[in-house]
Design a protein around this ligand. Structure first.
Ligand code: ATP
Length: 370
């Protein structure tokens, strides 16, 4: 499933140069974005970056100040929320406290004037879908947080919308339940064949669930890509720093040839990279590399004419599955390197204040010019 890589595929939801101002504050700035049918799409960004505003405009609770939003080719401007084939699930779930689970799920269907027998059938289907058959007669306060979340989900898909918008859908759950529920949401989306647009500030959540992620900052899109691309090939320093851990080395491009470049950095570090991006010879760049791509050893790697630097072990954090080393280089820059314990611990024991060498391969890391 990768319609975005097919130039002939038609997007389902299109934000076209959308701007949203509140007074003289610009919450969304000339933003363009396409989402495909049946895609699980995540809007990821820090608080205040405009992600909820985008959802609200898609749902019809707000209109863009300028620009257009299209759904299946139709301009949504002026169409009220209840006439859009879109439903929204809020973080607070907004369940009716005095109603049973089944009545909460049936509520929207009754309002639509659906026949009683059809409602019963639909509610039963929904309860089965979210595995809450035994809880039909309970009230929300008699349920756990995870069960309430599933009722909210059942209610928001009961009307069979084409698009489900989820604003921090798992925000109220603890870490363990969140992780389980992420997989349930993915299964549910597959089963129903819906397009999901989820807002989250949790990068792991976006990485786990989404087909593609849009990373937003100050009302603008920084990058739209698959989780792997966002992590392995971030488009800018902002994205590299926002998603996951990263080390950034400042340097100047000494030479470049096809996709490769040599960069002279501080600490006597010469970087030889196969991922030179659009960096031109002579320019100042940043080389970004993830901690797990850096090896730490007590001996200088043999025959290494580039991609090595000497330092001192400054900190060691044992995290169970892996160990994170902080290595201080000559100029004081602290480099993070992590390795899986299954591999590392027995291999080369290192302790605080030891001299150590960091090294990495030419295909690890990317050169960033923005
Ligand atoms: P969070 O994760 O905190 O919900 P967000 O990325 O969803 O953040 P939005 O709710 O989209 O952010 O808000 C984007 C910006 O627009 C914020 O600075 C917010 O204060 C502002 N904003 C949102 N709604 C309004 C409004 N009705 N009036 C004025 N400013 C608003």
């Amino acid at each position: 499933f990768a319609p975005w890589s097919d130039p002939a595929a038609k997007p389902y939801i299109v934000f076209e140069n959308v701007t949203k101002r509140f007074g003289d504050f610009t919450a969304v700035n000339d933003l363009s974005l396409s989402i495909f049918e049946r895609e699980f799409f995540a809007l990821l960004g820090a608080s205040g970056c405009g992600k909820s505003t985008l959802l609200r405009m898609l749902a019809g609770f707000d209109e863009p100040t300028s620009g257009r939003i299209l759904l299946d080719g139709q301009d949504l401007r002026g169409i009220p929320p209840y006439k859009r084939p879109v439903n929204m699930m809020f973080q607070s779930y907004a369940l009716f406290p005095h109603m049973t689970v089944e009545n909460n799920i049936a509520f929207g269907l009754k309002q639509e004037g659906m026949a009683k027998a059809d409602i019963e059938k639909r509610v039963a289907d929904m309860l089965k879908l979210v595995k809450l058959e035994q809880f039909a007669k309970r009230k929300p306060h008699q349920l756990s947080g995870g069960q309430r979340q599933r009722v909210a989900l059942a209610r928001s898909v009961a009307k069979r919308p084409k698009v489900l918008l989820l604003d921090e859908p798992l925000g109220a759950l603890d870490k363990k339940l969140r992780e389980e529920t992420q997989f349930e949401l993915m299964d549910l989306q597959q089963e129903l064949g819906l397009t999901f647009v989820v807002v989250t500030h949790d990068q792991e959540e976006a990485m786990t669930m989404a087909d593609r992620i849009a990373i937003l900052d100050k009302g603008e899109v920084m990058q739209v890509a698959t989780p792997t691309e966002v992590y392995e090939a971030p488009a800018s320093r902002f994205v590299a720093g926002f998603v996951g851990n990263v080390n950034m080395f400042e340097g100047k491009v000494a030479s470049r040839d096809a996709g490769s470049a040599r960069i002279s950095g501080g600490n006597g570090l010469t970087i030889k990279t196969e991922n030179a991006g659009d960096a031109s010879a002579g320019s100042d760049v940043v080389f970004a590399i993830r901690p797990e791509k850096i090896k730490v050893s007590s001996k200088k790697p043999a025959d290494a004419e580039a991609n090595v630097a000497e330092g001192e072990i400054y900190d060691i954090a044992y995290l169970g599955d892996m160990t994170v080393y902080h290595v201080r280089l000559a100029d004081g820059q602290v480099v993070k390197a992590s390795s899986l314990n299954a591999v590392r611990i027995s291999e080369d024991p290192l302790s605080w204040n030891d001299r150590a060498w960091i090294s990495f391969r030419p295909d690890a890391g990317v050169v960033l010019t923005r």
